[in-house]
Design a protein around this ligand. Structure first.
Ligand code: PLP
Length: 387
């Protein structure tokens, strides 16, 4: 197996799916895979066995679900639907969620006539996350979701809009626990509760870190049961991360160890790249877990001495900032050594690119501890065809 490559752990995915299924069985909710996080469709048949279906961010993901997770519910949300795609979307999707009353006005009747369930994404204007404004759809000025004031203006102008809507959708969380869901749900009920009584379903979106150790599943189930019992709603959840959490590795090889810099730290050139293979490391930003090492905080420079195996891991691209991070290893690194980055199934393969002509990592699936199969192999043609 030549590095760099992704290794997807099917048994861990199944473990995650069993936990999600447990929540479905306890509460009667339906859980969908958010494909934008993890689209490794080799596993779609397995995912379809446990979950109710998938949700898409656009036509292409919806097609992928239609082709690879057959017989499952196919949902779609997009801030904007294209006139030239709406017919195909109506043919293959079961639920369509509009971002604004204007989109609902434009396409709602057509989708309803085609037999789809119609949703409207709301913005409850309730921020529960600090730090990452780019992951907060409730941040000031957000274009995602309809605020209560805009919703009420729209139905005042066109009361028939309300009768088109089968359900409300909110998505406001990112890697969060159920206490933040509860906070959000309280606001959704306070603001939109009077409309929920005429709805069939509510979709809690994604960002629920359900399969993370320590996540409060009881409170999640309480939130679901509340909407089920108080409003007689079918509850949907559409997590991405929770489906494939801790279920993938990215393997890379130490190509060169450079001399110490002014802080006494050696730069390591790897055959993988933050910019090309794990762009969230730079965008989010975060330092991915790495076997036999722990992230090293740069304000610890003073404590550095030759006994500490601290390295700065970087990619082979032209970008100065193509840095995965500073790590302290439990041993000195050697050229040719293989490194294993963890939790690399989510938001990684879906985001890779070939900047600098970097090859894309191959993708292997570990079916069981003794059986690993090559699923995808990439080469020069993949680079050339995209240009
Ligand atoms: C991103 C997103 C999800 C999935 O989010 P995760 O953080 O991966 O669980 C679900 N629904 C919508 C609308 C999204 O934008």
């Amino acid at each position: 197996m030549q590095t760099p490559y992704f290794l997807i752990d099917k048994e861990q995915i199944e473990k995650n799916l069993k936990l999600l299924r447990h929540v479905m069985d306890d509460t009667g909710c339906k859980i969908l895979l958010a494909q934008k996080c993890f689209s490794c469709y080799a596993l779609y048949p397995l995912i379809g066995q446990y979950l109710s279906g998938a949700t898409a961010s656009g036509l292409f993901e919806a097609r992928l679900c239609h082709e690879e997770m057959q017989g499952s519910e196919n949902h779609i949300f997009s801030p904007f639907f294209r006139e030239d795609q709406i017919d195909e979307i109506c043919q293959i999707c079961d639920h369509i969620v509009f971002n604004t009353p204007a989109q609902l006005e434009r396409f709602g009747s057509k989708a309803k006539d085609a037999g789809l369930q119609i949703g409207l994404r709301i913005n409850p204007e309730c921020s529960t996350q600090e730090g990452h404004a780019i992951y907060d759809p409730c941040a000031p000025g957000s274009r995602l979701g309809t605020r209560l004031g805009d919703f009420e203006n729209a139905i005042r102008c066109n009361p028939s809009l309300l009768s088109l809507i089968d359900g409300l959708h909110f998505h406001t969380l990112c890697e969060q626990d159920s206490d933040d869901l509860k906070t959000t749900l309280d606001v959704v009920v306070a603001k939109f509760g009077k409309y929920l009584t005429s709805m069939k379903w509510i979709n809690f979106g994604g960002g629920h870190h359900i399969t993370r150790e320590g996540y409060n599943i009881d409170l999640l189930e309480h939130c679901i049961i509340r909407m089920r019992d108080d409003y007689h709603l079918q509850v949907y959840l559409e997590p991405g991360e929770a489906v494939a959490l801790n279920a993938g590795e990215l393997h890379a090889t130490v190509q060169e160890i450079q001399p110490q810099d002014e802080h006494g730290i050696c730069n390591i050139i790897l055959d993988t790249s933050a910019a090309c293979h794990m762009p969230d490391v730079i965008e989010m930003p975060y330092t991915p877990p790495l076997q036999h090492a722990k992230p090293f905080l740069s304000d610890d420079y003073n404590g550095l001495n030759d006994k500490r195996n601290v390295y700065r891991l970087g990619g082979p691209t032209c970008l100065s900032g193509d840095i995965i991070g500073l790590y302290e290893f439990d041993h000195p690194l050697q050229e040719g050594e293989e490194l294993v980055f963890e939790d690399m199934a989510i938001y990684s393969m879906v985001k890779t690119n070939t900047f600098n002509g970097m090859p894309l990592p191959d993708i292997y699936v570990k079916e069981s501890p003794s059986n690993t199969t090559l699923w995808k192999s990439f080469g020069y043609e993949d680079f050339k065809h995209r240009l």
